[in-house]
Design a protein around this ligand. Structure first.
Ligand code: C5P
Length: 216
């Protein structure tokens, strides 16, 4: 199912224990708009964890796919067959590689999101100078949205201006120093929070607190 901003919160479950991830997803009880899975969880718990997480809402497969078009299609097909609603791919591999992810997504009625500028400090070295080109590449290829940094709200605002109608998912809130409200004010449609929620004593309460910040 396509991502629809309701709570505007996406929870990244970067855990190494499938049972713990499922237990947190269950506690969250669907208050987030989606659960995001990445390699730490998939490599430790297996791809089938997506099917179990789906009982609690949409699942975004953050596989940062960045290969030749054929390999990208094969990777995306695995994610969608396992039940993912959306895939995240890199844009730097080129428009044909991105298009392969988007085409595979549409076969399954799913979405593809393209990374523009990442949220960590090292992203300024190579990705930042090309971020606007990556936004344009994603737009032309027909991506549902892009990933842009909550850690740099001024960059997020610039990217928003160039993104047109594409949805923006902004990671980096909480542990990486980004602020939820500022990311939304800068133009993000969703914030992505990992450690700030799964690392909290009470992940449900932590998620509620982020959602409250977004409502203010
Ligand atoms: O724990 P934390 O809130 O920093 O987790 C952020 C999540 O978002 C991680 O899964 C990370 O891989 C992902 N991500 C990111 N920056 C990007 C793209 C994805 O932090 N540009």
């Amino acid at each position: 199912m396509p991502l629809v901003p309701r709570s505007r919160l996406i929870v990244a479950l970067d855990l190494m224990d499938g049972y713990e991830a499922l237990s947190i997803a269950e506690k969250l009880g669907g208050i987030a708009d989606a659960i995001k899975v990445n390699y730490p969880l998939i490599l430790s718990a297996g791809l089938d964890i997506i099917k179990d997480l789906k009982k609690h809402g949409n699942v975004v497969a953050d596989f940062k796919v960045a290969d030749i078009p054929n390999t990208n299609s094969l990777i995306c097909a695995q994610a969608f067959k396992a039940g993912a609603d959306a895939i995240i791919c890199h844009g730097f591999a080129g428009s044909d590689s991105v298009k392969a992810c988007i085409d595979e997504a549409s076969k399954y009625g799913c979405e593809a999101y393209v990374v523009t500028e990442m949220s960590h400090p090292g992203a300024v070295e190579f990705l930042q100078p090309h971020a606007f080109e990556l936004v344009e590449l994603a737009r032309r290829a027909g991506a549902s949205g892009i990933i842009a940094p909550a850690t740099r709200p001024e960059r997020l605002a610039d990217i928003r201006r160039k993104a047109g109608k594409m949805k923006i998912l902004a990671p980096g809130v909480g542990a990486q120093g980004g602020e939820a409200r500022r990311a939304i004010d800068a133009g993000a449609d969703f914030i992505i929070v990992g450690r700030g929620i799964y690392g909290a004593d009470d992940p449900y309460e932590a998620a509620l607190e982020f959602i409250e910040q977004l409502r203010r």
